[in-house]
Design a binder for this molecule. Structure first.
Ligand code: SF4
Ligand code: SF4
Length: 342
């Protein structure tokens, strides 16, 4: 059976929505490389942190425990009563400012490296999908195949695995609201005896399942306001993932006279989890995962050209200019020359 061709990204439309408004499911290709390897370890670390915070005790209480029943919030040793809730204003605005500050220096590093959506999607659900249905080519073939025994077994098996993963994550997140001894106690009783907790787990499982089994990258593209704020937080010195147009254009196969470094292999597009072509410029769909950087570096190494055609740099840097020695410039001077062309 022939493999269906992926949709061609356009700067004027969303790759995952067809012209008739229906959803186009992406199957990003696997990629290996420096950033992928480091993102994997960082992702596993974040999962461990997200899931273990209620289990770690500080001052005799869980590190993070939102004890709604007793109207007390335990945050890293700090105990807040319900009447202290006004402090949350400072906490939330402080977090917001910190996020904006980090964005103005390092771009969407949060999205690509630490956001729970990306972390659980990449390191839990996509792994399950790959394990059951195979690589991107096999998944695309399965999409296009008629409903035969193999397709039913794989699709049903994947959905069951997704429901189990969603339920396990929901149970572990319940520990943010219910103390661990209480959680153990609840698990030994019928759901009817703890309707509130049961409803929380049920709804959270359903939301997780919907999000990771179907909605996926749409959450980043359509719902999350952070990507949309990017244009307001961006300046030409902020670190982004971008394409060195000066070096890459005009595109052409290896051996073509006067061709630029980009050999138009489309590997950067095939690995992109939001289906964009970063060579068309900075886009709100770019979650800064650096998969395209690894993919292009692999190709450049194969064709014996310098890596870094796609790279972390400022827009000024990509234009061939200097990154201002303030803001992102200071950060850039701290990162290895791996990212720079020189
Ligand atoms: S363009 Fe590159 S960095 Fe941005 S989402 Fe796609 S693969 Fe990730
Ligand atoms: S992976 Fe690199 S060489 Fe291939 S199309 Fe993308 S930018 Fe061009």
């Amino acid at each position: 059976m022939s493999t269906p061709t992926p949709r061609k990204p356009s700067i004027d439309s969303v790759t995952t929505i067809r012209d008739d408004g229906s959803r186009f499911f992406l199957h990003p290709a696997d990629v290996r490389g420096f950033f992928t390897k480091h993102r994997r370890w960082t992702g596993l670390l974040w999962i461990a942190i997200y899931l273990s915070l209620p289990w770690i005790t500080i001052g005799g209480h869980p590190a993070v425990f939102l004890d709604i029943a007793a109207r007390r919030f335990h945050l890293f040793g700090l105990v807040l009563a319900f009447q202290d809730v006004w402090l949350l204003f400072f906490g939330i605005t402080g977090l917001g400012f910190a996020l904006f500050f980090i964005t103005s220096l390092l771009g969407r590093v949060w999205c690509g490296w630490a956001c729970p959506q990306t972390v659980f999607w990449d390191h839990v659900y996509r792994r399950i999908e790959r394990w059951i249905e195979g690589d991107a080519i096999k998944r695309r073939r399965l999409d296009a195949a008629p409903w035969n025994r193999e397709k039913v077994v794989k699709r049903v098996g994947k959905q069951i695995a997704f429901v189990i993963a969603s339920a396990v994550i929901s149970y572990l997140f319940l520990a943010y609201y219910v103390s661990i001894p209480e959680l153990w106690d609840m698990m030994g009783h019928a759901p009817g005896e703890h309707w509130g907790a049961f409803l929380f787990v049920f709804l959270f499982t359903a939301a997780n399942y919907f999000n990771f089994a179907w909605f996926r990258e749409q959450l980043c593209i359509v719902i999350c306001p952070y990507g949309r704020l990017q244009s307001a937080l961006t300046d030409d010195n902020m670190m982004v993932i971008g394409y060195d147009e000066k070096r890459g254009e005009p595109r052409g196969k290896v051996g073509v006279v006067n061709a630029g470094a980009c050999i138009e292999c489309n590997r950067c597009v095939q690995v992109c989890p939001t289906g964009i072509d970063i060579r068309q410029g900075l886009q709100l769909e770019c979650i800064g995962c650096a998969a395209c950087v690894d993919a292009c570096d692999e190709i450049m190494t194969k064709v014996k050209r310098p890596t870094g055609l796609l790279r972390y740099d400022s827009l000024n840097g990509l234009e061939g200019g200097k990154t201002r020695p303030s803001g992102s410039g200071r950060v850039r001077s701290c990162i290895p020359s791996y990212w720079s062309l020189e």
